[in-house]
Ligand binder design. Structure first.
Ligand SMILES: [Zn+2]
Ligand SMILES: [Zn+2]
Length: 341
């Protein structure tokens, strides 16, 4: 089979590999749709010790496909089933897993290999984090399950509800998904980003009100003026920049919640006004990754028509064009590229 194999920072090779055979507990899928992700761009640039502990490995982590072979001992899946698989599986036995926070599992097993014609899914992933698709859910849409589950975690952490004002910083695919989820909960959504085609696209998609940060020196003040009240009920950073984490805190009103969704570079720190954190009872929340429950809920949400992320796909390309696709992402010229092997 053809695959794009990651050997280390900057080193992605098109290779011919043996088509995998399923061992006990495994499923082999033909990948029908894979999506590029900002994480791929970061990983290609500097590696990723958590998601990619050893190389070489087939690259990419957002995918959906069709079961082509079922290993011994696998129940619940048959050849021909269309499925989506998460890119990780928790152990189910550690303290975070037992307390319902499987995203913080102490032994999270990461799985890569979206940019290949086939993939063998390991037994733990098959047992915990593979979801069969209903007949009407298109495979390309189902491939959004992983990023959408991450966004759901952020929205759940802040308990976003109807009538709240939710400010999302960042107009990349996750900023858009976070905004779409908040809007689906009938919150007022304000998307904050630099002027450019991404902000324009978010505006055209009608995700929420859009605020251009290049129009003002004081982003938090501009947000407060737009809201016309004391500040956001919920502010979510989806940029992973420390100065934007600070803006998110500054834009949040009394009793509000801030969700740190975008991961910053290692060693970053931010300023915090302790007076506001204390007397205004700000709730500061991290949000990382997803759980098997959220993967299922993301699939249900798309299957029921509650959320349709298709318009975030800005380009479609072939397997051999993954490098070009990631270059487009790196330049900020694409939201999601659909890779169809
Ligand atoms: Zn991703
Ligand atoms: Zn665990």
């Amino acid at each position: 089979m053809r695959a794009m194999v990651f050997y280390g920072p900057g080193d992605l090779r098109a290779e011919e590999l043996p088509t995998p055979e399923p061992r006990t507990g495994e499923l082999v899928l033909r990948i029908d749709a894979a999506l590029t992700c900002g994480t791929d761009v970061k990983t290609l640039r500097r590696g990723h010790p958590v998601m990619i502990p050893k190389v070489p490995t087939v690259f990419g982590h957002e995918f959906a496909g069709t079961v082509t072979a079922v290993g011994p001992g696998v129940a619940g899946f048959r050849e021909g089933d269309r499925v989506v698989a998460a890119n990780s599986a928790p152990c189910g036995a550690c303290r975070p897993c037992l307390s319902g926070r499987a995203n913080l599992c102490e032994d999270l097993l990461f799985v890569n290999g979206a940019y290949g014609e086939f993939i063998a899914l390991p037994p733990r992933l098959v047992a915990k984090n593979v979801v069969a698709l209903g007949p009407v859910l298109p495979t390309a849409r189902a491939a959004f399950a992983e990023p959408l589950a991450c966004a759901l975690l952020g929205i759940e952490r802040a308990r976003v509800e109807s009538g709240q004002t939710v400010v999302v910083f960042g107009t990349g695919p996750l900023g858009c998904l976070l905004g779409m989820l908040a809007a689906a909960r009938k919150a007022r959504v304000i998307l904050v980003g630099k002027s450019g085609w991404r902000l324009e696209r978010a505006r055209k998609l009608g995700i929420g009100e859009c605020l251009d940060t290049t129009q003002s020196d004081d982003t938090a003040a501009a947000i407060r003026a737009t809201i016309g009240g004391p500040g956001a009920d919920v502010a979510i950073d989806a940029t992973g920049r420390p100065e934007v984490w600070e803006q998110a805190i500054d834009a949040t009103g009394r009793g509000g919640s801030v969700v740190f969704f975008g991961g910053c570079a290692p060693g970053s720190s931010i300023r915090l006004d302790t007076r506001r954190a204390h007397y205004e009872e700000l709730t500061l929340l991290g949000a990382f990754h997803h759980t098997p429950d959220l993967i299922r809920r993301a699939v249900e949400l798309m299957d029921s028509g509650g959320l349709t992320p298709d318009d975030l796909i800005t380009h479609r390309m072939r397997l051999g064009e993954v490098r070009e696709a990631l270059d487009l992402m790196a330049r900020g010229d694409a939201l999601k590229v659909l890779i169809e092997p």
